[in-house]
Write a new protein. Structure first.
Length: 608
């Protein structure tokens, strides 16, 4: 969601904070602001719109001198985007400044109590409550004031806090919203995510739930919310700093699509040893895997779509029943978890609020949780009983591509591992599946290199109003993700349907010229899907088909065909999704949309 960057040290803070916030633009935001201590007072500058507006207002930070400060990019939750609602927020005297990610759930109750005590509010945000509450509790000891506030508030937060009376310190605190701190020879840093400070340091500390950090120019101390000092171990980030840059590509999304062959290979290769699958970090014995009687896959967005594919693959290869839930539904529907069940949560960031809540709900009921995540040290990675990393590297574009592809591959490996130890896959079939897995990176690269054909087709549908995606089985799962890619970055209304459901209402929406993308990669379902294509074409639809090279029969029903290389049908999603990603991308580019930062969306959804 929103981005936080803070700095205290021997350098000018504002340029560092602006630079760090620019690395967090992918998280989604509608306004930006900074608070800088200039040696006498805290100065605040805020603006609606892109970070560039704030940069211009402050001349790249030069007009805000000072060596300590906090900055923020806001994604509106309480109150519309405005200069007043933008962060930082401060107390009435301007001596305490706060930036906040998350939601304070009891802010109305706290706001009323503070109003009754004479405090005046100028914004509509929940965050302003924190600034006034800090003022109420501050009696000369900033750490005491911070911890008292944290005992009073309910909800989620990542905080950066400054006190003018204690200008040699900056404070950070966290509960259910990601936050890290880092240090180099020049100073200490606060950030919502690693890319913000990777330019300055690779030595970071992950702030855990209900921890407070006091940062000074040359050191930092960690505390519980009861002011007990604790020791933390630093983590060295081994990313290539260039991985978080565009590297000559027009957009991060395009760059990340072209990184998919490497991402898939990086997720596969360490787990294939001596023609077997070895997932060392899984930390589960063959007996543990054989004891699993049912799997619940829980995720949001694209990770949920990967989970839908995972259901088909795990049930098909391992013969274990699988339920797939949206995390926002799972956590509230009082799910029935029976003995022998394992919960698998999938998240790129490892911080997705609903998914994290589902993990905690499952563990509270005594069930094992496997996390499939991309970010080492994230909340899900730390709290899950077992972890499987996707090794996709930093993904900056809001619309996921390479992380989704890595999640698919992780699920394939898990399904094959389960199938083999349970005796559901014979040696010959297992060897064949491994061979097909090893081919995926080169096949994905082949499809990416065919982008011009897809680009030309996409140009025809820049003005489309409605697009429908249809498929059966795994092809339905592919359709879900293909539809999402199109709608989230091009703003074209798009829906995915199980092809067999068309006649139960949806076909009434088909009219002359409507684009229907039919995904057909499952040989057993070719004929059925072709029948559905004929149905929509008879009602005026233009049919785009994505299918395997052997399925030439489809040309009789489709107006335009994109072929993918042959692979095992269980792995078809990894190939069929590539042209659909490219299609969504080029439609968005043709419309002039902000591909990497689509409106109203955030990369890491850390609130409900």
């Amino acid at each position: 969601m929103c981005g936080i960057v803070g700095y205290i040290g021997t350098k000018q803070a504002a340029p560092i904070i602006l630079d760090g916030l620019s690395k967090l633009e992918y998280r989604g935001y509608d306004s930006a602001g900074m608070a800088i201590y200039d040696g006498e007072q805290i100065n605040i500058q805020k603006s609606v719109g892109r970070l560039k507006v704030l940069e211009n207002q402050t001349r790249g930070g030069e007009s805000m001198p000072g060596m300590s400060g906090i900055g923020h990019t806001r994604w509106a939750t309480h109150g519309a985007p405005s200069d007043t609602n933008a962060h930082p927020h401060f107390n009435e005297s301007g001596t305490i400044a706060v930036v906040h990610n998350g939601i304070i759930e009891n802010y109305l109750q706290l706001r009323k109590k503070l109003t009754d005590k004479g405090y005046k509010f100028v914004s509509e945000t929940d965050t302003e409550v924190l600034a006034h509450l800090l003022d109420y509790y501050y009696k000369g000891n900033p750490l005491e004031a911070v911890t008292k506030v944290l005992h009073r508030v309910e909800g989620s937060y990542a905080l950066g806090i400054m006190f003018a009376d204690c200008s040699d310190q900056v404070f950070a605190a966290r509960k259910d919203s990601p936050l890290i701190v880092g240090q180099n020879e020049d100073g200490c840093f606060i950030a919502s995510d690693v890319p913000a400070i990777l330019k300055y340091t690779r030595k970071v500390y992950y702030v855990d739930n209900q921890e407070v950090v006091r940062l000074r120019a040359d050191h930092m101390h960690f505390y519980t919310v009861d002011e007990e000092e604790i020791k933390k171990e630093a983590v060295t980030i081994d990313w290539d700093a260039n991985a978080a840059e565009k590297a000559g590509y027009e957009h991060f999304m395009l760059k990340e699509m072209y990184e998919q062959p490497k991402t898939v290979a990086d997720t596969l290769n360490p787990r294939i040893k001596d023609n077997d699958i070895v997932i060392e970090e899984l930390n589960m014995t063959d007996d543990d895997l054989r004891a699993i009687k049912k799997i619940h896959i829980v995720a949001c967005g694209s990770a949920y779509h990967a989970g839908v594919t995972g259901k088909y693959v795990i049930e098909g290869l391992a013969r274990i029943p699988v339920e797939v839930d949206l995390a926002s539904e799972f956590r509230y529907r009082d799910p029935i978890l029976e003995e022998g069940a394992m919960v698998v949560v999938i998240s790129q960031s490892g911080e997705t609020a609903d998914t994290l809540a589902a993990l905690r709900e499952s563990k509270a009921r005594g069930f094992k949780v496997l996390g499939i995540v991309n970010v080492v040290g994230s909340s899900i990675a730390r709290e899950a009983d077992n972890v499987m990393y996707t090794w996709a590297g930093p993904e900056i574009a809001v619309a996921t591509t390479k992380a989704y592809s890595a999640q698919l591959v992780a699920l394939y490996l898990l399904a094959m591992k389960l199938g083999k130890v349970r005796g559901k896959i014979d040696d010959e079939t297992f060897a064949s599946l491994l061979g097909d897995l090893r081919c995926l990176p080169d096949q994905i690269e082949l499809l990416l290199n065919n982008k011009l054909k897809i680009q030309k087709f996409a140009n025809r549908y820049v003005g489309a109003k409605d697009v429908f995606f249809i498929g059966r089985g795994i092809d339905y799962a592919i359709s879900l993700e293909g539809s999402l890619k199109l709608k989230e970055i091009s703003y074209i209304h798009s829906e995915a349907y199980a092809a067999g459901e068309l006649k139960h209402g949806t076909i009434s929406l088909i009219e002359e010229g409507t684009l229907v993308a039919a995904v057909s990669t499952q040989p057993d379902l070719y004929a059925k899907t072709i029948s559905n294509m004929v149905e929509v074409k008879a009602r005026g639809a233009f049919v785009l088909a994505v299918t395997c090279e052997e399925n030439k029969e489809i040309e009789k029903a489709a107006d335009y065909v994109i072929y993918i290389p042959e692979t095992n049908p269980y792995f078809a999603n990894s190939l069929a999704i590539i042209p659909l990603q490219l299609f969504g991308y080029y439609v968005s580019v043709g419309k002039g949309c902000d591909v990497d930062k689509p409106r109203n969306l955030a990369k890491s959804v850390t609130v409900e």
